[in-house]
Ligand binder design. Structure first.
Ligand code: FUB
Length: 323
């Protein structure tokens, strides 16, 4: 599968988080819609109201839509905007982590539970205590510990915080200062809470220096994803306003991570967001672009393409426009 393929042409789905559960690929995307809200840097035009779950028995088969699995109306603490989500499994239960603004218009992370990978998911009454910002990625390590990676700048509000607290004046660092970092936190045994304070996930350049906020083609913006390859931890993410999916490698789930390069060059559409998984011995990149909607930033379509590693464990880059 060297050419990318659209996974669900009949509706707009973005930010696909893909996992293998029960020998199938399950995909948990954001459900884009035409809200009529004008586009702005705050992301108000991404006004999503529900999630669907999808599954695939293999990469050649049709994608099955399992229907609506969570609706903003059913979440007691809901304000607006269901952004990126992810799902993980522990002891036969499935935990959906999602980003949504609360009633004060502050992004928090929520969790919803199901006994099946295809939902429906039942939300908890409150957001995860101490959570903030967007784009949770749930990662299970080989030792059975679970971690959540999260964060996103600009509309994702990560710049509101320092040391996990809202600070004034809620600004990004200056271009020559260390970049704002994504966060990583170990989950509690019941998967409903953070077991510790979220930590900074530091990304270094090849000389061991911390990436700067002005390194816009390398520094973190949003869309955290974690996978393991040959015992190493691969943290991948979007650079946002420079529209790249990049990755960095570390020796443990907390890092530090060293920047390696680009996985996906810019696609049509402002945002770029992905997940990576291994299925039946091959590796795949799930992502989205706005080609089917004629370039509308807020109407994205999910896609998949096979990826390869070279002999040094580097991911061979994918061209977002011609693949
Ligand atoms: O889908 C809404 C937001 O757009 C996501 O949370 C970001 O990662 C970006 O893809």
């Amino acid at each position: 599968m060297k050419k990318s393929k659209y996974l669900y042409p009949s509706d707009y789905m973005a930010d696909p988080s893909a996992h293998v559960f029960e020998n199938k690929i399950y995909i948990y995307p954001s459900h884009d819609r035409e809200s009529g809200i004008p586009e702005n840097d705050n992301g108000d035009h991404f006004d999503m109201q529900d999630y669907h779950a999808f599954s695939l028995t293999d990469l050649q088969s049709e994608v099955l839509d399992h229907g609506k699995v969570l609706d903003v109306k059913d979440i007691p603490w809901a304000g607006r905007q269901l952004w990126d989500s992810d799902v993980t499994e522990k002891d036969g239960r499935y935990y959906m982590y999602f980003s949504m603004k609360d009633k004060n218009d502050i992004f928090r992370l929520g969790v919803a539970l199901s006994d099946k990978p295809y939902g429906p998911f039942v939300p908890q009454n409150n957001p995860i205590k101490g959570s903030y910002s967007i784009d949770p990625c749930a990662f299970k390590d080989n030792d059975g510990c679970y971690y959540l990676y999260f964060g996103g700048i600009w509309g994702g509000q990560l710049q509101f915080y320092r040391n996990n607290k809202i600070v004034s004046p809620n600004e990004l660092p200056k271009a020559d200062e260390p970049a704002l970092t994504p966060k990583v936190v170990k989950m509690s045994a019941d998967m409903l809470e953070f077991s510790e304070q979220p930590r900074d996930l530091v990304i270094l350049d090849k000389n061991g220096l911390v990436l700067k906020q002005g390194d816009t083609d390398k520094r973190f913006f949003e869309a955290s994803w974690m996978h393991k390859y040959q015992g190493k931890y691969y943290f991948s993410y979007s650079t946002g306003d420079s529209h790249l999916i990049c990755y960095a490698i570390g020796e443990n789930p907390y890092g530090p991570f060293t920047y390696q390069g680009v996985i996906l060059s810019p696609v049509i559409g402002w945002t770029t967001h992905h997940s990576i998984l291994e299925f039946q011995g091959k590796w795949y990149l799930f992502y989205h672009d706005s080609v089917p909607s004629g370039g509308k930033t807020w109407l994205r379509s999910m896609k998949v393409i096979e990826i390869e590693y070279d002999e040094n464990g580097h991911i061979k880059p994918i061209n977002g426009l011609s693949s």
